[in-house]
Ligand binder design. Structure first.
Ligand SMILES: Cc1ncc(COP(=O)(O)O)c(C=O)c1O
Length: 330
C-alpha cells in the first residue's frame, strides 16, 4: 500500500518535472524553427514567464541599480510597462522618439555616448506597439553592437512577431546569429498572447544571455510567480503547433480588410507589414498617436502610451517626469 502510494507520488513528480521541462524544449524548438538551430540552450538561455509583461517589468528590476544613476532607454510612444518598470526600479527613464524621421523606431545609435555609458537597460519593440514598425536585421545588429559597446542590456519585445502580413519579421536572435552567435547583452521576449490569441493563459518566455536570464529568474522567483504546470502543458502544445497560429494570422488579415472598409477606422489602419494587436480604434488611442506624431497606419493595443500622455498622467499624481525627458527625442 505504502509502496504503491510512494510509486504514484514519484510518478506524479516525474510527470510534473517532465511537463515543466517540456515547455522549455517547446520554446527552444519554436526558436529553432525560425532558423535559429542550436542557438539557444533550453537549460540556460530560456526562461518561461507568466506573460511578457511580467518578464519585461522584472527585467528593469534585474538589470538596473538606483545607486549608480542608471538610465533606461524607452521608445516614445511605447507599451506602458517599460516606463512603469523603470519607475519601479527608481532609475531615470530616457524617452527616445520613434517617429517618421527614424522609421517609427527609436534610433539609440544617435544618442550621446556619455548618456549611453549610463544606460543599463534599453527597451525596444519590433514589430512595435503602437506603430507596427519592423526593425530590419541591420538595425537589430546595430542595436546589439551598441549594447555590447556600452555594456547595457537590450530587452527586445517581440511579442507581435507572429502578426505579420507577408514575411515573418527578423528577430534579434537572428541578428545575434549574423553577428557570430553569441547572446551577450541580449534578452528577447515572446508571448502566446498574440501568436495564439491566448492573453489569459499568461505564457511567454525570455531568451538570451545566460547570465541575464539567471538574474531575471532570480528576480521573478523572488517577487513573482512561475508558470503553473497546467499552463506549461497547454503552452508547450501551442508553441509546437503552427496551424492555429496561421489561422490566427488569417483572421487578423480579415479584420484588417474590414477595418480598411470602415471609414472611421480606415484612416488609422493603412496596412503596415506587421501589426500590433487590437483596439486602436478608440478615440483616445487615435488622439494619443497624433499627439506623439505616431504614424497613422498603426494598429495597437489599448495600452500604448507616449511620453506626453505619461507626463499628463503623472501631473495628476505625486510622481513628476522632468520636462527635459519629454520634450523631444534626446
Ligand atoms: C508591446 C507589448 N509587449 C508586451 C505585452 C504583454 O503581453 P503578455 O504579457 O500578454 O505576453 C503587450 C500586451 O499588449 C504589448 O502590447
Amino acid at each position: 500500500m505504502i509502496g504503491e502510494r510512494l510509486n504514484n507520488a514519484i510518478n506524479e513528480q516525474i510527470k510534473n518535472e517532465l511537463e515543466s521541462y517540456y515547455i522549455y524544449l517547446s520554446m527552444a524548438a519554436w526558436l529553432h524553427s525560425r532558423s535559429l538551430d542550436g542557438m539557444v540552450d533550453p537549460e540556460t538561455d530560456v526562461l518561461a514567464v507568466p506573460g511578457t509583461r511580467e518578464g519585461l517589468f522584472f527585467a528593469a528590476l534585474a538589470n538596473t541599480s538606483a545607486d549608480h544613476a542608471d538610465a533606461v532607454l524607452i521608445p516614445n510612444p511605447c507599451y506602458h510597462v517599460y516606463y512603469s518598470a523603470t519607475a519601479a526600479a527608481g532609475v531615470e527613464p530616457v524617452f527616445v522618439s520613434a517617429t517618421a524621421e527614424t522609421g517609427f523606431q527609436p534610433d539609440y545609435t544617435a544618442l550621446d555616448p556619455a548618456l549611453l555609458d549610463r544606460v543599463s537597460l534599453a527597451y525596444y519593440c519590433t514589430p512595435s506597439n503602437p506603430q507596427g514598425a519592423i526593425a530590419d536585421l541591420d538595425q537589430l545588429k546595430a542595436l546589439i553592437r551598441l549594447a555590447r559597446k556600452h555594456d547595457f542590456t537590450v530587452a527586445i519585445d517581440e511579442c507581435y512577431a507572429e502578426i505579420y502580413t507577408e514575411a515573418p519579421p527578423p528577430g534579434a536572435l537572428q541578428a545575434a546569429v549574423a553577428l557570430g552567435g553569441a547572446l551577450d547583452n541580449l534578452l528577447v521576449f515572446h508571448s502566446l498572447s498574440k501568436r495564439s490569441s491566448a492573453p489569459g493563459l499568461r505564457c511567454g518566455f525570455a531568451a538570451g544571455d545566460a547570465k541575464r536570464i539567471e538574474a531575471l529568474a532570480v528576480m521573478m522567483s523572488t517577487g513573482g510567480a512561475g508558470v503553473p504546470l497546467p499552463v506549461c502543458a497547454a503552452g508547450a502544445r501551442l508553441w509546437r503547433e503552427e496551424d492555429h497560429a496561421r489561422a490566427n494570422r488569417a483572421c487578423y488579415q480579415e479584420n484588417f480588410a474590414i477595418a480598411e472598409r470602415v471609414p472611421a477606422t480606415a484612416s488609422i489602419s493603412a496596412n503596415p507589414a506587421a501589426g500590433s494587436s487590437c483596439g486602436s480604434r478608440s478615440a483616445t488611442a487615435r488622439r494619443q498617436r497624433s499627439s506623439c506624431g505616431a504614424r497613422p497606419a498603426s494598429r495597437c493595443c489599448p495600452a500604448p502610451i507616449c511620453a506626453k500622455a505619461l507626463a499628463a498622467r503623472a501631473a495628476q499624481t505625486t510622481r513628476k517626469i522632468p520636462a527635459r525627458l519629454i520634450s523631444g527625442s534626446r
